[in-house]
Design a protein around this ligand. Structure first.
Ligand code: AMP
Length: 413
């Protein structure tokens, strides 16, 4: 048989409820902030990500699914969704809409990664992007939307980490200081960091290898090199979070993996697994660098898989249990269609109802009802059709009641 590719995922009916639950909560939460959904292509020109995510990032260098289409175009499966949202924002003239323009997305992304728990090659990201406002209050609202999303999922065991990476200019100055600090010991750093030193030195700071972390312990801190505006915004952000009683940690090594960020960056980190559930930040230069007008923007992306594998699956499973309101069993050829008719009538009133489609014996039909967690069951035979009366069994406590066939819904609601 042909098997699926490594790192791809079949989401089967027994876990789909959790995915639907998370997506529902995302929609519910974000719509309260006036954020509207956007859906975008999974495949884009590779150039979008080279320019949008950054040529020197691990994502573009090592992880992107790139190929030629039949017209010899270089195309890529999106490795993240922000670059696509920005492209759509510019291409569809959304720049002229009133600001801030607030968008959210739920969609798959693809990265050729080492597969492990919480890390697949196909994964879904849930994110929001606000365009057109440079105020720190916008950063606050974006962070709040993320926190409330977690709250609505009953996820509390995480830490909000924040940092500011300043403007392009102040960062340049800082990177020079950082390189001066690293250079004397460069050959003690891991291979990746040695490459980063040349190409993307800021990322030396978020290397996960212990020896590199240790070497970085006394590295200069980016927050000591911020330009005035970034420093003020960062101070205001911290004050606002404190006022709103949102707990946070400052992590001056938090620089995020993508090139496009400036000023505020943040991550939501699972305390138990010490892994990022999501993260984001401000990216004031991305719209213009992809051909749009200068437009400040801020957003985040959260990994749906990590929420589900690491957080939701630990919650009470009851919420995700499939329940049927009624199973209608039948005895005798003539009753089959009557059972379907009755099921249709009740479905149109909002009940979840099933009937036998397998020509099973009555005993097996009722066994199936049990397996499907039916709250009630009933059996239609010739007698019931004639008398228009039916027995309803409460499957939880075994109680049986005789009711008019037309009034079933009063019993099962
Ligand atoms: P990033 O775009 O790398 O900042 O990722 C944002 C979030 O997407 C992360 O915090 C993860 O929750 C999720 N994510 C990123 N890569 C993967 C992956 N390979 N598998 C599952 N989730 C991922």
């Amino acid at each position: 048989m042909v098997k699926k590719l490594k790192g791809m995922r079949d989401i089967l009916p027994n876990s789909i409820k959790m995915w639907q639950f998370v997506e529902e909560k995302a929609r519910e939460t974000f719509e309260k902030y006036g954020i509207n959904e956007i859906r975008l292509p999974i495949i884009e020109k590779s150039e979008l990500f080279l320019r949008g995510v950054g040529e020197e990032t691990d994502i573009v260098q090592k992880e992107m699914y790139v190929f030629k289409d039949k017209s010899d175009r270089d195309v890529a499966l999106r490795p993240e969704l922000t670059a696509g949202v920005v492209r759509a924002y510019i291409e569809n003239g959304m720049e002229s809409m009133s600001s801030p323009l607030k968008l959210y997305y739920i969609g798959n992304a693809y990265r050729y990664e080492n597969v492990q728990k919480g890390r697949d090659r196909e994964f879904s990201q849930i994110g929001i992007e606000f365009f057109g406002s440079s105020s720190y209050e916008t950063d606050v609202e974006v962070i709040l939307a993320g926190i409330n999303f977690f709250k609505n999922l009953n996820i509390t065991d995480f830490t909000l980490k924040i940092n500011s990476i300043g403007s392009t200019e102040s960062r340049k100055n800082y990177i020079e200081k950082l390189k001066n600090y690293v250079e004397p010991n460069l050959n003690e750093y891991c291979k990746d960091c040695q490459t980063r030193f040349e190409k993307n030195a800021l990322r030396l700071l978020d290397c996960k290898q212990e020896k590199c972390k240790k070497l970085n312990e006394n590295a200069p801190k980016i927050t000591d090199y911020l330009d005035t505006e970034s420093r003020e915004d960062f101070e205001n952000l911290k004050k606002a979070l404190t006022d709103l009683e949102i707990r946070y940690e400052i992590d001056t090594n938090l620089v995020r993996g993508l090139d496009y960020y400036n000023k505020t960056v943040f991550e939501f980190v699972s305390n138990k697994y010490n892994i990022a559930l999501g993260g984001g930040g401000r990216y004031d230069k991305l719209v213009s660098s992809l051909g749009g007008k200068e437009t400040p923007a801020v957003g985040f992306g959260i990994g749906e898989l990590r929420l589900i594998e690491l957080c939701i699956s630990e919650q009470e499973n009851q919420e995700f249990e499939e329940k049927l309101d009624l199973f209608i069993a039948n005895i005798g050829e003539n009753t089959k269609i009557e059972a379907i008719k009755l099921a249709e009538k009740l479905r149109s009133k909002g009940f979840k109802v099933e009937t036998d489609l397998m020509n099973r014996s009555l005993k097996s039909q009722l066994k199936y009802a049990d397996k499907k967690n039916a709250r009630y069951s009933t059996t239609i035979g010739e007698n019931e059709l004639l008398s228009k009366k039916i027995q309803i069994k409460n499957m939880e406590n075994g109680d049986i009641k005789q009711v008019d066939i037309d009034k079933i819904e009063n019993e099962i609601c």
